[in-house]
Design a protein around this ligand. Structure first.
Ligand SMILES: Nc1ncnc2c1ncn2[C@@H]1O[C@H](COP(=O)(O)OP(=O)(O)OP(=O)(O)O)[C@@H](O)[C@H]1O
Ligand SMILES: [Mg+2]
Length: 317
């Protein structure tokens, strides 16, 4: 049975983390005593800084991630003092429109939880309904369990989770998947974090019909649409990561492009920015390709000029 559940490697430059030493095995000398001790041992600060640097905007999201990191760090110190620290429930729900960074942040979250010793492996398995729910009777449970097995020790990211629930069909197999998920979210919460993602209104309705699921989710995080200024900053970040940059007039043209594109159907925030930049790179390449005898220096090869943007359909009359 082919399984369409990609396991993402976490991108980023931070070196592999040494596991935070388990309190039971730590001798008196190496037991962490300060927040700095825990942060040093886990290198979580590096991931938090990377999050701050690589991701534009998302201030409330970043704050929530810092809060969760703080809770886990303080729990480490509590354990070192023999204080009770019940493994907190960290299942989450990320709501927001397409391209607002939900998948990206989920990958960073997996990394942070791994560095803090909460997750054994810290990988992310991204699935949708079709990966969990079978077509025929008896197919759903094995499918769901197979996915769960793959995700153990990391994050199971369920995109558009509300498709699991189809009230119009009373014998829908999605219900079976939800029930298995509920059990695992409760019993294996020290080894698996489930993140449900999707549109806010549909997710709210889904939770109303599935209160058991809602009550197992500790963190509801909303991803707002990006402002035009944030989308421009995201474009610059993406270009820089690919060793490109805008010529000054191209930057203005791109701001104009965005204003028009946002007003069109199917605008998808940062995802649309990425797609627009991919097309601009194609046009830049064609433009340079046509100049057969020109000596192309790094500057020419790295620069997106105004016409690379203005040739877009979005500017068509
Ligand atoms: N704040 C940001 N700063 C920089 N790049 C971003 C930011 N948010 C998203 N991106 C980039 O935009 C693209 C889309 O983001 P992502 O896939 O995380 O969005 P999503 O919310 O999961 O969207 P979808 O609902 O369509 O799956 C990715 O290439 C990601 O790297
Ligand atoms: Mg996504």
């Amino acid at each position: 049975m082919p399984m369409n559940a990609p396991t993402y490697a976490i991108p980023g430059s931070v070196p592999a983390p040494p596991a935070v030493s388990a309190p039971a095995s730590a001798d008196a000398q190496s037991a962490p005593r300060t927040v700095a001790d825990v942060l040093r041992a886990s290198q979580v600060e590096a991931v938090l800084e990377e999050l701050e640097r690589d991701l534009v905007g998302l201030a409330p999201v970043k704050q929530r991630i810092r809060d969760i990191a703080a809770l886990l760090v303080i729990d480490r110190l509590r354990v070192a003092h023999g204080l009770a620290a019940a493994s907190p429930s960290l299942h989450m729900c990320f709501t927001g429109n397409p391209g607002t960074g939900k998948t990206t942040v989920a990958m960073r979250m997996a990394e942070i939880l791994h560095r803090l010793g909460y997750l054994r492996k810290g990988h992310l398995v991204a699935v949708t309904r079709d990966d969990l729910v079978g077509q025929y009777i008896g197919h759903t449970a094995p499918k769901t369990k197979e996915v769960l097995k793959k995700a153990m020790g990391g994050v199971l990211f369920i995109d558009e989770a509300y498709y699991l629930y189809r009230p119009e069909n009373e014998r829908d197999y999605g219900q079976e998947a939800i029930e298995i998920l509920l059990q695992v979210m409760e019993n294996r919460r020290d080894d698996l974090v489930v993140i449900l993602a999707g549109y806010k209104d549909r997710m709210d309705r889904f939770f109303q019909s599935n209160p058991g699921l809602s009550s197992r989710i500790a963190h509801h995080i909303d991803f707002p649409d990006y402002t035009p200024a944030e989308l421009e900053a995201i474009a610059r970040t993406m270009l820089a990561a690919m060793s490109y940059r805008f010529a000054p007039e191209a930057e203005h043209a791109f701001a104009e492009y965005l204003a028009r594109r946002i007003a069109q159907p199917h605008f998808a925030n940062a995802r649309s920015v990425r797609n627009a930049l991919d097309r601009a790179r194609l046009r830049q390449a064609s433009r340079l390709f046509a100049e057969r005898e020109r000596v192309l220096d790094a500057e020419a090869l790295a620069t997106i000029v105004e016409s690379d943007i203005r040739a877009s359909r979005v500017f068509a009359p």
